[in-house]
Design a protein around this ligand. Structure first.
Ligand code: BGC
Length: 358
C-alpha cells in the first residue's frame, strides 16, 4: 500500500479531536460519538509517542475540566460511602462523556473503573515525556479525586473494558487501576497509594490465576486479549513473567488467527471479529520481549486491514467467532465503526516501537 499510514493516523486523530480537547471514539458511528477516558488516554499516549504533545495535553486538560465539573457527584458518592448507603451504578462516574464533557443521559453500562486509572497513567507518561510537572499542580483536584475514587472502589465488580460483565472483577481493569496509581505515585510518593497497588497485585495473584495464567475475570477460566495490559503498558507484571508468558501462549492458541486478534473466544459483537487495536497490542508485546519478526508481522497485518484511504476499523470480519451475529449488529447499529481512533492510535504506538530512530 502506498499511503502513509502514520501520517494518515495522526491526521484522523487530529481531525476528530474536538475543540474542547476530547477525542471522539469514531465520527461515523452514532454510539461512538462520545469521548471515553479509556480510548482517549491511549490515543493521547499515541500522540505523545509521535511528538504531537499539544494534542495530548489538550486531551488531558479536557479530562481535568470534566472531572472537576463532576466534583458534586464525587462528593455525593463519598457521602454515601461514609453513611453506608447502598450504591447504585449511576452513583459512579461515567466511562464516557459528550465532547463538551457532559454525562450522556442514557442507559450505557457506565460503571467502568479502568479509564480513571488509564488517564492517570497516560497523564504521567505525558508529564515525563514533556517534563511538564506544572500539570500536577494545575490538575491537582482531578488527580486527587481520581486517586481517592480508585482507592475506595477498586475491589468492586464493574463493567470491563468491553463494557460487559458488570457483576465481575476483571484483571485488565485492575491492571489499569494499578498502572494509573503507580504511575502518578512516581511523582507523589505516598505510602497509601503504594499499599493499594500492593493489595491489587496480591489480589490478582490469589484470585486471577488458573492453570498458571491469568483469566478473563475472577471465577472464569476464559482468556481475553486485554490481559496483555497486565504487563504492557501497566507493568503490574513484567512481559517475561511466567504467568504473562503462559497467558500469551493461551491467547496465541485461542484468539490469534494469522495476525488478527479476537477480544475473547465467546465474543459475538459483530460476530466477534479481529480487532486491529489488539493485533497492534500483541505486536507491541512481541517487540517488548525482543520477538521483532513477529512484531513486524503484526504491524503488517494491521496495515493490510486499512482501506484505500488508509482508514482503520474497530474490527474486521474475515474470521469471526459466530457469523450468525454479524447481521444482528449491522441491523442494530450499522457497519463496524470506521475510522476508529483507538485503532489508529495503537497502530502508531507499534509503528513507533519498530521505527523510532531516536
Ligand atoms: C469497546 C470499548 C470502547 C468503545 C469505544 C466499545 O465497543 O468495547 O472498549 O471504549 O467501544 O471505542
Amino acid at each position: 500500500m502506498n499511503v502513509n499510514l502514520k501520517e494518515i493516523s495522526i491526521d484522523v486523530i487530529k481531525q476528530n479531536q474536538h475543540a474542547s480537547g476530547a477525542f471522539v471514539a469514531s465520527p461515523n458511528f452514532d454510539n461512538y460519538k462520545y469521548s471515553w477516558l479509556r480510548d482517549g488516554a491511549f490515543i493521547a499516549y499515541a500522540m505523545d509517542t509521535v511528538k504531537e504533545h499539544t494534542s495530548a495535553k489538550k486531551f488531558y486538560q479536557w479530562v481535568d475540566k470534566t472531572i472537576k465539573r463532576n466534583r458534586p457527584k464525587i462528593i455525593q458518592l463519598m457521602g454515601k460511602v461514609q453513611s453506608n448507603e447502598r450504591l447504585e451504578p449511576h452513583d459512579f462516574l461515567p466511562c464516557r462523556y459528550t465532547v463538551e464533557g457532559l454525562e450522556a443521559k442514557d442507559d450505557w453500562p457506565n460503571f467502568q473503573l479502568d479509564g480513571y486509572g488509564t488517564w492517570l497513567w497516560g497523564l504521567s507518561e505525558h508529564i515525563k515525556l514533556t517534563n511538564n510537572k506544572q500539570l500536577l499542580e494545575e490538575f491537582n483536584q482531578s488527580i486527587e479525586d481520581s486517586i481517592e475514587y480508585l482507592i475506595t472502589f477498586w475491589h468492586l465488580p464493574n463493567s470491563d473494558c468491553w463494557e460487559e460483565n458488570a457483576d465481575k472483577i476483571h484483571p485488565s481493569t485492575l491492571a489499569c487501576i494499578h498502572g494509573g496509581l503507580t504511575a502518578i505515585n512516581e511523582f507523589l510518593e505516598r505510602d497509601a497509594i503504594t499499599q493499594t497497588a500492593n493489595k491489587i497485585k496480591e489480589f490478582l495473584m490469589n484470585n486471577a490465576i488458573y492453570e498458571n495464567r491469568f483469566v478473563k475475570y475472577i471465577g472464569s477460566s476464559s482468556i481475553d486479549a486485554s490481559l496483555l495490559w497486565l504487563s504492557l503498558p501497566f507493568g503490574v507484571f513484567t512481559p517475561k513473567d511466567t504467568y504473562i508468558e503462559n497467558t500469551v501462549k493461551v491467547m496465541e492458541e485461542k484468539i490469534l488467527h494469522e495476525g488478527g486478534v479476537h477480544r475473547f473466544p465467546e465474543d459475538t459483537y459483530y460476530g466477534g471479529g479481529e480487532w486491529l487495536l489488539l493485533s497492534s497490542w500483541l505486536g507491541w508485546y512481541y517487540a517488548s520481549v525482543g520477538r521483532i519478526d513477529e512484531a513486524q508481522k503484526q504491524l503488517q497485518w494491521v496495515e493490510n486491514q486499512a482501506d484505500e484511504k488508509g482508514h482503520m476499523t474497530e474490527q474486521v470480519l474475515h474470521h469471526v467467532n459466530d457469523e450468525g451475529f454479524i447481521d444482528h449488529w449491522v441491523k442494530l447499529w450499522g457497519p463496524v465503526a470506521k475510522p476508529l481512533l483507538w485503532s489508529h492510535a495503537m497502530y502508531l504506538i507499534l509503528h513507533e516501537q519498530l521505527n523510532n530512530e531516536d
